[in-house]
Design a binder for this molecule. Structure first.
Ligand SMILES: Nc1ncnc2c1ncn2[C@@H]1O[C@H](COP(=O)(O)OP(=O)(O)OP(=O)(O)O)[C@@H](O)[C@H]1O
Length: 889
């Protein structure tokens, strides 16, 4: 089951419950549950009230403290009273939370309609044009209060803000509700086991016991219903904290609000580390432990044979394991009764079943561990596939450190619980249910009493899980930031050393790990607290069992062996429950990591490299029609504002202009790293958007400004991505790029390893290898983005020679971001770019005669050359990309 990943408006990241209808349906569902519970509760209590019963007559003569406390007569009016009290308090709180939820969610909904105020590229979904809400001031109905909500620093309506101000207040209320339910649970439990039904009224006796059972069962449900209240509050907050909303109407503040809204929207649109495609931000669906469980199971499905084998072993070991306490109890009974033959048989059976259990347990463990390891591998592969296919826009908004963290930390955190979850959950679930049934078969009253502690334990675990999930999500994000800081520092280690900023980098790294550690410690404290309270409750249950079970033994209504069997089953239930809980808790912890992993595994890129029409050979006719573009990380800064350009087949087009004019961006769009925001790019008359990117790239060669090398040999770098090649071809390409000679001077020749990102080569050498790589592919369209920028004058001349040769061969369309005037001068067409558009276009001579930007550009550079020659120093102004190393005259 995959998570849906849909587009979001650029302004808002919605997650989970986001609209009023959903909030209302949640509310209805939960209120329905509460009402049903209340009806069961009241009917049981009133039925018991009318049933002939009394406090256990065996205790009638006692006059201790507890006896006076629990000195019930025939009626159980106290039960009724408690039911009503509890129902009123819990429902009242839930209702209050829900009412606020509605109000605020409706405000949010209305606020979304205010999108007409937002600039078109920052619009929210939904539209009701007849309202013009504002951020500050009063609404036309005078009801709404300032309501501009961001992830942090939420500014909500007064009542709601007050309600949520100080989470301690909320926690106290929740704790009180929990306490109320728990106390009542204990009270009803103690009272019910003490009921004695008049045996002369047989019908009443049976019914009474049934109602008694249902009433005690409903207690468990009641305590869990407390979570209803928590959910209402949490959902309300989620709705509010995830919506960007405005609610007011006041004309004189419209402009201010627009700016504020656009600013907030930009904040979200440019947020780093968020999932984005070429078309904008994407929704990362929440992964809670249930979803995680489902995904884990679907991942493990591929190992069906091993899993089936493991389940078979599990079934055998669980069944024989469940019988062990029975043997242990009856061995004790036979020992007490001095029944030697039966004693011997039972001992033999115990040994046989112990051996069987151990054997199948070990096999089960082995199978599940192997499955776990395979799942980890599948997950790692899928994540890497998911990451590498993302749009370039996604990589603009993230760091390699963050991605490495996902590939390492997050994947192993996610896979770790899967490892033992498979083996643990099912085994313990079987043990839990089996022991539960067997406990009831021994004594239902004893079971009822013992289970009164179950609901509080479940509640505490659930509260901790909720809290811990959020905390761990933040912890993993901090770890990713630490990773990012480390890889950035290590990637730029020369700059760090040159500027002696080691301490700065260490502090940066430490601050992240420290924050992550603090969150981990908080989690450890909370975990220890939850475990401690659960252990106490557990011990309390054991005391109850021994107290009530012991009195049953003393009355002769239960054998000592059965009491021991019960105790053993109870321990089994406890340990099975705790194991399940610790798996669920680790699932909770891992859910944060899972969200980060699965969001990427599921996210499909907007520009899918393998879809679209496949072209085998491109002619090389390029047309840009009114192309507009802005980068997502800077949506307010249009880079191309309407570029129209036609480069015919076999033509050479030089893009020149000031730095930042958008020349490289044109090259990026031609490579389809991004799609234009408006306008079209046509290749041989085909809209580039409809062509298969992979097939287009086979026909295109790009040499970019920043040469990218892999940490392998020179040969592997030159032939990168080619399934077949001959050494002759490779050497020819290297010769063409004037790289062969320097390569052969290395002792290992083409086998020389270049180090990470080619650090063992000079910039010029790297660039020549990149050119050789491109030449070997013999592309129909060459894109040269300042391909010789890192070369010294001598090697630049050599490389330029190679490029000129290639260009002069003809038949290839070349788009080059100009670096040398000689190349520019010879180009079939020169396009001068300024502020995102082509301001002049033509041949060198025509442009010089035009006396416009091009001429100014050239003239300024000529002056610069003269100044440099006169002063004998280099100019530090590199802002123009037409080099002056050649004279144009
Ligand atoms: N990935 C990116 N995200 C956001 N903005 C970007 C990105 N890449 C480039 N820009 C911005 O886009 C504008 C155009 O950049 P571009 O690299 O196309 O200019 P250029 O004309 O090639 O400059 P130069 O001659 O210096 O290489 C610049 O203002 C730059 O800051």
């Amino acid at each position: 089951m995959g998570m849906k990943t849909g587009y979001l408006p650029e302004t808002v990241v919605y997650q989970g419950t986001t609209n009023v209808n959903e909030a209302k349906s949640l509310w209805h569902w939960r209120v329905g549950t509460l009402t049903a519970l209340f009806i069961i509760d009241i009917s049981c209590a009133s039925t018991l009230y009318n049933t002939v019963h009394q406090w256990n007559p065996l205790h009638a003569d006692r006059k201790g403290f507890f006896d006076s406390l629990f000195h019930f007569t025939h009626d159980s009016s106290d039960l009724l009273l408690f039911s009503i009290l509890r129902m009123l308090s819990l429902s009242g709180l839930a209702y209050y939370g829900a009412t606020l939820t509605w109000k605020e969610a409706e405000k949010t909904e209305r606020a979304k309609d205010a999108k007409s105020l937002v600039p078109s590229h920052l619009k929210c979904p939904g539209n009701r044009k007849n309202e013009s809400p504002q951020i500050n001031g009063e609404s036309k109905d005078g009801l709404a209060e300032p309501l501009l909500d961001r992830r942090e620093g939420t500014k909500l309506s007064k009542g709601f803000e007050e309600w949520f101000s100080g989470s301690s207040k909320k926690d106290i209320v929740l704790f009180m509700v929990f306490l109320l339910c728990t106390c009542f649970q204990a009270f009803v439990g103690a009272k019910c086991v003490g009921f004695y039904f008049d045996s002369t009224h047989k019908m009443w006796g049976v019914r009474g016991e049934v109602w008694q059972g249902v009433l005690m069962g409903s207690q468990v449900a009641w305590i869990l219903a407390e979570s209803c209240y928590v959910h209402l509050v949490v959902d309300a907050r989620r709705i509010l904290s995830r919506a960007l909303c405005i609610t007011k109407r006041r004309k004189d503040k419209e402009q201010q609000n627009q700016n504020l809204l656009a600013k907030s929207a930009r904040g979200l649109a440019q947020a780093e580390g968020t999932l984005r495609g070429d078309k904008g931000l994407k929704e990362e669906a929440d992964v809670d432990q249930n979803r995680f469980l489902v995904r884990a199971i679907s991942l493990a499905r591929e190992e069906l044979c091993l899993i089936l084998c493991a389940f078979f072993c599990l079934a055998v070991s669980s069944a024989s394991g469940l019988l062990l306490p029975r043997f242990q109890g009856s061995i004790l009974d036979h020992a007490i009764n001095n029944d030697k033959p039966k004693f011997k048989t039972e001992i033999q059976l115990l040994i046989i079943f112990t051996v069987i259990t151990g054997l199948f347990e070990a096999t089960r463990n082995l199978c599940f561990t192997v499955v776990g390891k395979r799942v980890l591998k599948t997950l790692q592969d899928r994540l890497f596939m998911g990451v590498i296919r993302q749009d370039i826009a996604y990589f603009d908004g993230t760091t390699s450190g963050e991605l490495t963290s996902r590939l390492t930390n997050d994947v192993s955190s996610m896979a770790e619980p899967i490892n033992w979850m498979l083996s643990s959950i099912v085994r313990n679930a079987i043990a839990l249910v089996g022991a539960f049934v067997l406990c009831f078969s021994i004594s239902w009253k004893l079971s009822m009493l013992a289970f009164t502690t179950m609901a509080p334990i479940m509640h505490i675990t659930a509260v901790y899980s909720r809290w811990s999930r959020e905390l761990n999500r933040k912890r993993y994000a901090l770890l990713a930031e630490a990773n990012s800081a480390a890889s950035e520092a290590l990637g730029n280690v020369r700059t760090v050393r040159a500027l002696s900023t080691e301490e700065v980098e260490i502090d940066r790294f430490k601050s992240k790990t420290q924050a992550a550690m603090q969150k981990g410690v908080r989690d450890a404290f909370a975990y220890a607290g939850a475990v401690a309270v659960n252990d106490w409750l557990d011990l309390g249950a054991s005391v109850l069992i021994l107290w009530y079970g012991g009195s049953l033994v003393m009355q002769g209504r239960l054998s000592a062996g059965k009491l021991i069997t019960f105790e053993l089953y109870w321990n089994q239930i406890q340990s099975a429950y705790q194991s399940i809980m610790s798996v669920l808790m680790s699932l909770t912890r891992a859910a944060g990591a899972a969200q980060r992993v699965l969001s990427l595994v599921d996210a499909l890129p907007d520009i899918d490299p393998s879809s679209g029409t496949v072209v085998s050979i491109l002619e090389g006719d390029i047309k840009l029609e009114d192309v507009q573009f802005h980068y997502q990380m800077r949506p307010q800064h249009p880079v191309l504002t309407g570029v129209s350009l036609h480069v015919g087949q076999g033509q050479v087009c030089a893009l020149v202009g000031r730095s930042g004019g958008g020349k490289s961006t044109v090259v990026h769009l031609l490579m389809r790293f991004y799609d234009p925001t408006e306008g079209r790019i046509l290749l041989d008359g085909w809209d580039l958007k409809h062509l298969n990117v992979k097939s287009v790239h086979k026909n295109m060669g790009l040499v970019a400004q920043d040469t990218q090398m892999f940490a392998c040999s020179i040969e592997e770098n030159i032939t990168y991505g080619l399934p077949k090649y001959t050494v002759e071809d490779m050497e020819e390409a290297a010769r063409y790029a004037n790289a062969h000679d320097f390569i052969m001077r290395f002792p290992d020749g083409y086998a020389t390893r270049v180090g990470e990102r080619g650090v063992r080569l000079s910039g010029g050498q790297r660039q020549r290898i990149a050119i050789a790589r491109m030449l070997l592919r013999r592309p129909r369209v060459l894109l040269l983005d300042e391909a010789t920028s890192s070369l010294d004058t001598e090697s630049e001349a050599l490389v330029q020679q190679a490029l000129d040769r290639l260009i002069s061969e003809g038949g290839r369309t070349v788009v080059l971001v100009a670096h040398r005037l000689s190349t520019v001068r010879n180009a079939d067409m020169i396009a001068v770019m300024e502020k995102g558009s082509v301001v002049e276009q033509g041949k060198h001579k025509e442009l010089v005669e035009l006396n416009g930007v091009y001429q100014t550009l050239v003239r300024r550079q000529l002056n610069k050359v003269k100044t440099t020659v006169v002063s004998g120093s280099d100019s530090d102004d590199n802002s123009d990309s037409v080099d002056t190393s050649d004279s144009i005259e």
